[in-house]
Design a protein around this ligand. Sequence first.
Ligand SMILES: O=P(O)(O)OC[C@@H](O)[C@@H](O)c1c[nH]c2ccccc12
Length: 268
Amino acid sequence: MFLDRIVATKRQEVETLKQTLSMADAEKRIAELPPCRGFERALVERNRPVGLIAEVKKASPSKGLIRPDFHPVGLAEAYERAGTDCISVLTDVDYFQGSNEYLAEIRQRVAVPLLRKDFTIDERQIYEARLIGADAILLIAAILTPRQLADFHTLGRDVGLDVLVEVHNRPELETVLEFGQATLIGVNNRDLKTFVTDLSVTEQLIGLMPAGVVAVSESAIATTEDVAYVRGAGAQAVLIGEHFMRQPSVEDAVNELLGPAKKEGAAR
Ligand SMILES: O=P(O)(O)OC[C@@H](O)[C@@H](O)c1c[nH]c2ccccc12
């Protein structure tokens, strides 16, 4: 099963991080960084009726190579011109052909808040995310114990990051709601264990979320009908990768799928 393999790889990566990243040193360096740009706030204040997290994604285990001609900074700049509220950057190397470098480079060039999209299983990865320039991290309920979810959420917030907590079924959502801290919750329409996608998962789960939670519908969104459906189900924001990555101009693709932005992307 892919998720188990990915987590096994992450354990190895964490072993390496233990050699290379001292927690005390990381804390010192983080204290000197400028504050994060508000990721969750950007989704609340959104540029369109539905908030948009657009993803920079070269490949995936389910689809293989998605965008052969892949220039992460150029893609992020195009997303910014399209008035994207937030950008998600895959940093996993082995399964998504992502890189921490991509996120760090994008951070230098765009003002849009960035999600570090990876499989977080250890505190050190949270420090690392902050140090490479992320504004938010993803916590995937399917690979964490309730205790880890709560602890990692607290640590993320303590170092200034926003936290997107991802669920795919009702037990996971109930665990997340039990610890009571999550304000930004993503429903993954893709089952990470089977890769089966089903937009109705969004409808099934968003109704169970308390008012005040910012709900994001993630994965397998590709048409205006898909967007209308998940909005109708209560999603305040959508996270879209593959559909944009398959279009020659991601800037045009954003405007075609979601309509014109209220304010132009930062013309810098
Ligand atoms: O490319 P898509 O189907 O539009 O999906 C984007 C995003 O939701 C997906 O990449 C994703 C959602 N949760 C994840 C967790 C890990 C890796 C990837 C993901």
